[in-house]
Design a protein. Structure first.
Length: 426
């Protein structure tokens, strides 16, 4: 076992809910109002000069606004940061070709403001783990009414002890729909397993095969998207039958679709980490997704947008990578990101770059050395070699066909697990 410091969020209930709920309400409403001020400002700037301001620009601009002083300055900063992140996320989707994505909205329903989450950073809270109390600072505008701070008595789950964590980064007040709760974002030291081995494997994410894996010893695995494709086809048909795309029924279908997708990502990341443990892998190499954006600028993007019936955006890949990292970390396996540049164009056997080389029916064929490989596996192998060059590439013979014959794992809806596809032998 080895020790490692990671970030964890612990949820706690508030025992003196009645005493503090009015104060927490007014902080939550204030966060919504500040969000709206920021939202309006961004639209104005965007209309005028066609530019979305970054959060520090927004903060500098709104610092003197009356609503900014409703919350502790660090809490206000965080609201504007979330707003800027929401805008960036939406802008990214638009650039990926998602024309249906809506920009972040105003937080207002008629005359009512929703209770937004408020974040308190190090200067904005004081924790007393002996008496299980936390003091949350208000902004100067709200102080005069009652007191300078809100004193919450909290209760964490029995297995969580906040006095033993390395440090507490943030406290958040979160409205659950009928009461307030606290989220403590902590740095925690955890025991992680020793790495299962020293081998490397690479994971290339894509839209034909969601993941292609290339192991150091030469074998490879494919995880096709068939199941997500069927799901997307099914749900888009159901949603199309709804009268209104904003209807409750359509919303429910969308939520169900996204829950199933999340389940798929969880199961696949778990399965891949399990395979790594079995194979003695110590390092997983994944393609750096920001490289995709670079490629887009060069006009030769991977098609991350709509693909047949499936619309998978880069955030889906980012989310999957996060899950994979989290699960690998627990097993002592490290995850490294490398640039994907040229990994789909080069021959993983002789290094020759494709111009003359062809991709036919998903196979990469190198005219230089004669290698024939599954195109996604060839890409994965190139990613892997960026971290750990394979001895087989130095004069070894890789054209023996293993790259062309990866094992394929399919998601079995009956068992909810991945199982190897039976090889068709003729
Ligand atoms: Zn070659």
């Amino acid at each position: 076992m080895a020790k490692q410091v990671v970030t964890r969020t612990y949820t706690a209930s508030i025992r003196n809910q009645q005493q503090v709920s009015d104060d927490l309400d007014s902080l939550g409403f204030s966060a919504s109002k500040l969000w709206n001020v920021g939202r309006w400002t961004i639209s104005r700037v965007w209309d005028e000069i066609d530019y979305i301001p970054e959060h520090d620009e927004l903060t500098a601009y709104l610092k003197s606004h009356e609503r900014y002083d409703d919350l502790h300055s660090q809490s206000s900063q965080r609201v504007l940061q979330e707003l800027a992140e929401a805008f960036n996320g939406w802008y990214g989707k638009r650039r990926n070709g998602d024309t249906r994505a809506n920009p972040p909205g105003y937080r207002k329903h008629g005359d009512e403001h929703p209770r937004s989450t408020v974040t308190f950073k190090n200067k904005g809270f004081k924790l007393d783990t002996q008496y299980n109390r936390v003091r949350l600072s208000k902004g100067s505008n709200l102080k005069e009414y009652w007191s300078d701070f809100v004193l919450c008595e909290y209760q964490t789950r029995p297995d969580v002890d906040l006095s033993t964590v390395e440090s507490i980064q943030q406290v958040r007040t979160v409205w659950t729909g009928d009461e307030w709760e606290l989220h403590f974002v902590c740095k925690v030291e955890i025991e992680v397993a020793e790495a299962p081995g020293e081998k490397t494997v690479s994971v290339d994410l894509g839209i034909n095969n969601f993941a292609a894996l290339a192991y150091e010893d030469g074998h490879s695995e494919l995880y096709p998207l068939n199941c997500l494709k069927q799901d997307d086809y099914y749900f888009s048909k159901c949603i199309a039958r709804c009268d209104d795309s904003d209807s409750e029924q359509a919303t429910r279908l969308n939520q169900k679709k996204s829950r199933r997708r999340t389940h798929y990502f969880h199961t696949l990341s778990k399965h891949i980490v399990q395979r790594c443990v079995e194979e003695g892998v110590g390092t997983i190499v994944v393609g750096d997704l920001s490289g995709i954006r670079e490629d887009e600028e060069n006009g030769e993007s991977k098609n991350w947008g709509k693909h047949g019936n499936l619309d998978l955006h880069s955030w889906a890949f980012e989310r999957f990578t996060d899950l994979l990292e989290y699960k690998a970390e627990m097993e002592g396996i490290s995850v490294e990101e490398v640039s994907e540049r040229d990994t789909s164009k080069s021959c993983s056997c002789c290094g020759c770059k494709r111009d003359a080389n062809r991709v036919e029916r998903g196979l990469y064929i190198c005219d230089e050395c004669g290698m024939v490989a599954n195109a996604d596996v060839n890409g994965a192998e190139n990613i892997r070699q960026k971290v750990s060059p394979s001895p087989a590439t130095d004069g070894g013979d890789r054209s023996n066909g293993w790259l062309a014959q990866p094992s394929t794992f399919l998601f079995d809806k009956e068992t909810g697990a991945f199982a190897p596809q039976e090889r068709v032998t003729s």
